[in-house]
Design a protein around this ligand. Structure first.
Ligand SMILES: CC(C)(COP(=O)(O)OP(=O)(O)OC[C@H]1O[C@@H](n2cnc3c(N)ncnc32)[C@H](O)[C@@H]1OP(=O)(O)O)[C@@H](O)C(=O)NCCC(=O)NCCSC(=O)CCC(=O)c1ccccc1C(=O)O
Length: 265
């Protein structure tokens, strides 16, 4: 399979998807999301694959969410139909990550910020390098994920923490993320992929049918969030059309503080 924005490799039962846009800290655009979905579909269909690893190219970032440099008024300008009008089929990506009946491990090799943070949260397991940085930035940059990004995060870290993460938009170290149950293990940077491979090999020794049913069971408990996700993505599409949202994006690109005071209601 030929890809433009991702690297996709399969080796001894492990499929590895690497977001390959290090020049923008592995931010995703329409084609990136489409390719990630295609890779997850391939990993789902391939009976030789038992585990999927998701990571980012380079050592600065796992993923920092949507590419703000291609976002315009109204959204990211890509896929229509499945994308709820935001120009990225993030909803489809979240769905396949949750539904693929094989464990997905996030190998967090740097920033996991915004929509990139949501991606690691949705992985079954997260292994982080010591220098990794976690957080949401939506209310600073004129965006939000009020579906899995907020509701499922609250399941992982609890309501108070999830609200803090989204409302304040702070950055958290790998150790802090570990303490709040956001990541399974923190390792030195140079040991990240070895550790991830160790976890993958251990999973490959387990019964795939048992893992499949366990994943379905864990998912069933939060399946209602799918409906919230659809509403949230629809709301995001409307928000991307507003001046308030554009103030966040413009401030980020202009490297200044956003001024949201004029939008108080
Ligand atoms: C990631 C940072 C915390 C890194 O900060 P710092 O180390 O100070 O580096 P910078 O100088 O800021 O950045 C270096 C370089 O990278 C560019 N860059 C960083 N992030 C992005 C991005 N998202 N898109 C494009 N480019 C980016 C930055 O401009 C610099 O380039 P120069 O050319 O050198 O200037 C910090 O950069 C940061 O906070 N980035 C913003 C991240 C962001 O805005 N993400 C998108 C919002 S996501 C969100 O909050 C939830 C929404 C969501 O999940 C979603 C749902 C549905 C569709 C889309 C999304 C979505 O993710 O948007």
């Amino acid at each position: 399979m030929e890809f433009q924005d991702i690297l996709y490799e399969k080796h001894q039962g492990v499929a590895k998807i690497t977001i390959n846009r290090p020049e923008v800290l592995n931010a995703f655009r329409d084609v990136t999301v489409r390719e990630m979905i295609a890779a997850f579909e391939d990993a789902w269909d391939d009976q030789e694959v038992g585990v999927v690893v998701l990571t980012g190219a380079g050592d600065r970032a796992f993923c920092v969410g949507g590419d703000q440099k291609v976002r315009e008024k109204g959204g990211y300008g890509g896929t229509r139909g499945r994308d709820m009008g935001i120009g990225l089929d993030v909803m489809g990506l979240h769905e396949i990550m949750r539904n693929i009946p094989k464990p997905v491990i996030a190998a967090v090799n740097g920033y996991a910020i915004g929509g990139g943070h949501v991606l690691h949260v949705l992985c079954d397991l997260t292994i982080a390098a010591e220098h990794a940085v976690f957080g949401q930035v939506g209310p600073k940059v004129g965006s939000f994920d009020a579906g899995y990004g907020s509701a499922y995060l609250a399941r992982v870290v609890g309501e108070k923490r999830a609200r803090e993460i989204w409302y304040l938009c702070r950055r958290y170290s790998a150790q802090e993320a570990h303490q709040m149950g956001l990541v399974n293990k923190v390792v030195p940077k140079e040991e990240l992929m070895t550790e991830v491979d160790r976890w993958a090999q251990e999973l490959l020794e387990r019964s795939p049918y048992a893992l499949r049913i366990l994943k379905a069971s864990f998912n069933a408990d939060t399946a209602h969030i799918k409906g919230i996700d659809e509403l949230a993505m629809g709301a995001l599409a409307l928000y991307y059309d507003t001046e308030e949202s554009m103030e966040g994006r413009n401030a980020f690109l202009e490297k200044r503080k956003p001024d949201f005071r004029k939008f108080y209601r």
